[in-house]
Design a protein around this ligand. Structure first.
Ligand code: FAD
Length: 269
């Protein structure tokens, strides 16, 4: 069957049932808005007077709801709700060795403070990434930990690392004829530690002032920094990696002195 179609006075709503249909529709209507939970688009339409004449609703396409376990990590279809992502990550944390689930635990920490249950039940992981909000609570974790995004179009699939994804204020590497298909959240390795933080005026159900995620790997058996990625939200037009600071900390011992160098370097930027 073809896509389900509703035509209103100002808006055409198309609900394809296969990935192929969705990609063909996105090619035919590159400006069409892909809508899953509508928690972002709904606000834009209701409060910012935005009009999106063509809406594509992909929530029931199996590939966008799929959860796959791979040797690298867990791949979530872009339309998986945040509740569903959280439940799968909790299962993995309960059944895997702790050193493998550092990234999962950091995502779970951010989800704990992400909106309320009603929003998390409908809002999608892909919707948060694609909104490209500089104060997204999840994007710093996904960026600092090297999550991989798979984009799809009628031409095929290609992958983009999160650290190359945000091009400007609410601008991403996704082309108008493409959609975000899935997100790989990787396993961590031994000697790797990940933490994420959200600072907002209110503790619960509030917009962040600043968010951050820190991903450090030590030289085996030591406290010498081997690799480090620091990602911040709320500090500029996009979620950003503090690359200069991170490069100054590699090779140093983890301790007060490193903290001092990190704070001074971050303050200078
Ligand atoms: P939608 O509104 O359906 O879509 C959002 C954007 O993503 C649109 O531009 C859409 O075209 C695009 N998109 C969605 N899926 C795809 C896809 N597969 N391919 C291409 N483009 C796609 N955000 C936070 O970070 N932290 C919070 O604490 C938080 N709290 C909130 C509280 C409230 C009350 C509300 C209304 C919003 C909140 N948000 C928060 C923002 C929002 O809920 C999230 O960004 C959410 O994850 C968006 O998902 P969605 O499925 O609702 O997106």
């Amino acid at each position: 069957p073809g896509p389900l179609r509703f035509q209103g006075e100002r808006v055409e709503w198309l609900q394809p049932s296969t990935l192929e249909q969705l990609l063909v529709l996105k090619e035919q209507h590159p400006q069409a808005k892909v809508v899953v939970g509508n928690t972002e688009v709904g606000i834009e339409v209701k409060f910012k007077n935005m009009l999106y004449p063509v809406i594509l609703a992909p929530a029931f396409i199996p590939e966008l709801q799929e959860i796959q376990h791979t040797p690298q990590g867990i791949v979530f279809g872009a339309a998986c709700s945040l509740t569903c992502v959280g439940e799968e990550l909790k299962r993995a944390v309960a059944t895997s060795p702790a050193h493998q689930t550092q990234v999962f635990q950091a995502v779970l920490e951010q989800l704990r403070w992400f909106a309320g249950l009603q929003i998390r039940n409908v809002a999608a992981l892909g919707g948060n990434i694609m909104t490209a909000s500089p104060i997204s609570d999840l994007n710093p974790v996904l960026q600092a930990t090297g999550c991989t995004l798979t984009l799809a179009s009628t031409a095929g699939l290609h992958q983009v690392q999160m650290d190359r994804f945000f091009l400007g204020y609410r601008r991403t590497a996704v082309q108008p004829h493409e959609i975000l298909l899935s997100v790989l959240i990787p396993y961590s390795t031994k000697w790797q530690f990940v933490s994420a933080f959200k600072q907002s005026p209110r503790r619960e159900d509030d917009i962040s002032i600043v968010t951050t995620a820190m991903n450090v790997t030590f030289m085996p058996g030591t406290s010498v920094v081997k690799e480090l990625k620091l990602s911040y939200g709320g500090m500029g037009p996009t979620t950003v990696l503090a690359e200069t600071t991170a490069s100054k900390l590699v090779g140093r011992l983890w301790g007060e002195e490193l903290l001092e160098v990190a704070c001074q370097s971050l303050a200078r930027r």
